[in-house]
Structure formats: C-alpha cells, structure tokens
Design a protein around this ligand. Structure first.
Ligand code: FES
Length: 149
C-alpha cells in the first residue's frame, strides 16, 4: 500500500502551524515596535505617536501629577510623571488585545479590559496578560509644554 498519508499529514501540520504563527507575529509587530526612527508618518497608531505631527503640544507639565498620568485620545498617548520633572510617554494601545489603557492603579498604567499593568517609567508589562511593553513615544519638554518629538 501507499505510504503517502504520513507525509501528507506532516505537511498539513507544518502549514497549519505556520498559519497559526503568522497572526501572532503580526500582533507582536504592530504593538511593540519600540522606538522606531523618524520614518513613521501615517501609521495606524499602535506603534507610537499615532501619526500626529512632531511638535504637536500634547499637554502641559502641570497637568501631569507626580506618580500620575494624562490619557489622550488624539493622539492615543499616555504621558506619565514617574518622578518630579521626569516625563514619559507611551502608546495607549495595550499589547494584549489592543484596548486603550485607561488609568493608573498602584502606580502602574492599567488596561481595564483584562487587567494588564505597565510600568509608568519604562512601559514594561508587569502584570496581567499583556505579552510585551507599551510602545514608547518620543516627547520633548519645553517650558510648560510637552510635545511630540
Ligand atoms: S487588551 Fe489590555 S489587558 Fe487585554
């Protein structure tokens, strides 16, 4: 008899495995690109500044409490002040299932969809199901203004 069945089954398994891996890679690639160079212009917003123009004033330093954050919708960015005079910004797109992070819980950026927590200084995922850090957004602090870099 023929012995093609094991080979066919094996080939199918490899194909199915690749099919499963692809969406995972796509999800990772769109959510945790880290600090990209200047070449991003009109992206979909998951990677950082959400396509806003550099120089755009995001908020005022006085609006961000020490140990707190301001959550913007356009661009979808969270600005934190982990220590007095130290400002950080990250994409609000949670790396789990892309809900926007919404608030601060126990000094950490919180996603209310499934409870992921992120360090407000580094964006690192420190709790919940999120697989990777929030994407950092480059900012500049000039006087009282926090702007996109
Ligand atoms: S989408 Fe943020 S924890 Fe699930």
């Amino acid at each position: 008899m023929s012995t093609e069945h094991p080979l066919s089954r094996r080939r199918f398994a490899a194909t199915a495995s690749a099919g499963l891996a692809l969406p995972v890679l796509a999800a990772c690639g769109s959510g945790d690109s880290g600090s990209a160079s200047d070449s991003s212009s009109s992206g979909s917003g998951a990677g950082g500044g959400a396509g806003a123009t550099p120089g755009t004033v995001l908020t005022s330093t006085s609006d961000v409490e020490v140990g707190g954050a301001v959550f913007l919708e356009e661009p979808s960015v969270v600005i934190t002040q982990p220590a007095k005079g130290e400002f950080k910004a990250f994409s609000r797109t949670c790396t789990h299932q892309k809900c926007p992070v919404t608030d601060i819980v126990d000094g950490k950026i919180h996603c209310s969809c499934h409870g992921s927590l992120f360090d407000m200084t580094t964006g690192d995922n420190v709790g919940g199901p999120a697989p990777s850090p929030l994407a950092e957004v480059s900012i500049t602090v000039e006087g009282d203004n926090i702007t996109l870099a």
